[in-house]
Design a protein around this ligand. Sequence first.
Ligand SMILES: Cc1cc2nc3c(=O)[nH]c(=O)nc-3n(C[C@H](O)[C@H](O)[C@H](O)COP(=O)(O)OP(=O)(O)OC[C@H]3O[C@@H](n4cnc5c(N)ncnc54)[C@H](O)[C@@H]3O)c2cc1C
Length: 390
Amino acid sequence: MQSRIYDTIIVGAGGMGSATAYHLAKSGVDVLVLEQFQRGHTFGSSHGETRIIRFFYDKPFYTELMKTAYTEWRDLESVSGKPLLFITGSVGIGAKGNPYGRATRQSLDAAGVESEWWDAAQLAERFPQFRLTDDMEILYQKDTGFLRAAECVSTHLRLAEQHGAEIREETQVTDINWQTDVPTVRTENTQFQGRKVIVTAGAWAGTLLAELNLPLTVTKQQVCYYQPTDSERFQPDRFPVFTEVTPDGEFIYAVPAFGAFDKGGGVKIARHGRGQVISPDTPERTPDADYTAHIDAYVQERLPELGKTTHTEVCLYTETPDEDFIIDAHPHCPDLLIAAGFSGHGFKFCALVGRILSELVQTGKTGFDIYPFRIDREHKISSGIPRLQS
Ligand SMILES: Cc1cc2nc3c(=O)[nH]c(=O)nc-3n(C[C@H](O)[C@H](O)[C@H](O)COP(=O)(O)OP(=O)(O)OC[C@H]3O[C@@H](n4cnc5c(N)ncnc54)[C@H](O)[C@@H]3O)c2cc1C
């Protein structure tokens, strides 16, 4: 047993853990971060070049939270001197009158965030790369963009270290004993004590907190990259983030070309959800050829200039039944905080979740509305309206 007692121990150095470490360390809290792999690994949910950031949600509380999330990311850019957030605007495509589009517009209006309805002709004028039919409508939102995902994680970790956080890689937590006065976090070879412990373990949260039987499902997800011949037409200054609810009820999302093509960059396109349920511990991360063919067929119809997939990436979702996050204290231990179940749309919130967890550690409360994320809510499957994530 080590005699030192940390103020806070964070389990998991992905998107959420890295942001939390930064916020706590910058407030002078003595932080230890334990990560089972090396930082920047590709087995979890936060690797890869980009993640979409957007205001539009059909649930208004997310749109409200995004107001501060954007500010937090901009603050991180200014503190680190690194460009992390790129604004491209977005087009949300769907059949005329589709319920997701209506609900999303309502959320934006309620939050005072500007958006515009376009028809297919307006889209063709502004973004001629798309092929659309006249029975479709488009919701344009100018503030949407993308975050440089892996860079955000490494920046948070680097700044956390500069503020004194200790980060131990290749250190897997096997068990958390919260029934003692000071919670104890055990690894294979040693154990650590922290006055507070935060679990930001992504796809592994369910296993680590098995006693809570959290309603988390881990699925394998895949994204496809395209490297069009005329790549200039798909750069972030000429091509938007886009999402589409297809007539078959599929949810497609895309990010403009980013990153050098010879280093794995390209236009990213994927289908949300419908992933295969897997254990995060399986090393199996093989891309699915049928999925790639399916996205290629979609692209052929919607954005034929993109050609065919050049490469793919596999990543994990950790989903709750209602697709809302879990951010709460352990029901039997107020010193053990949990942030999990980010359901394929959490990255844009990392910087804010880090701030919220830091406030919870230091004051026991937060001014942000995390009521929808409590552990003991009734986890209803509330997908009456098709929901786009990412
Ligand atoms: C394909 C894909 C596309 C996405 N697109 C978007 C998007 O466009 N916009 C958006 O907002 N969100 C998006 N998301 C969701 C977003 O990326 C995730 O919600 C977010 O990254 C989750 O972060 P996390 O910290 O919870 O998990 P992770 O980043 O996976 O971090 C968890 C960490 O905990 C570590 N860990 C686990 N167990 C232990 C243990 N026992 N001991 C020590 N360490 C441990 C893991 O190794 C890992 O590093 C996407 C996700 C995927 C997969």
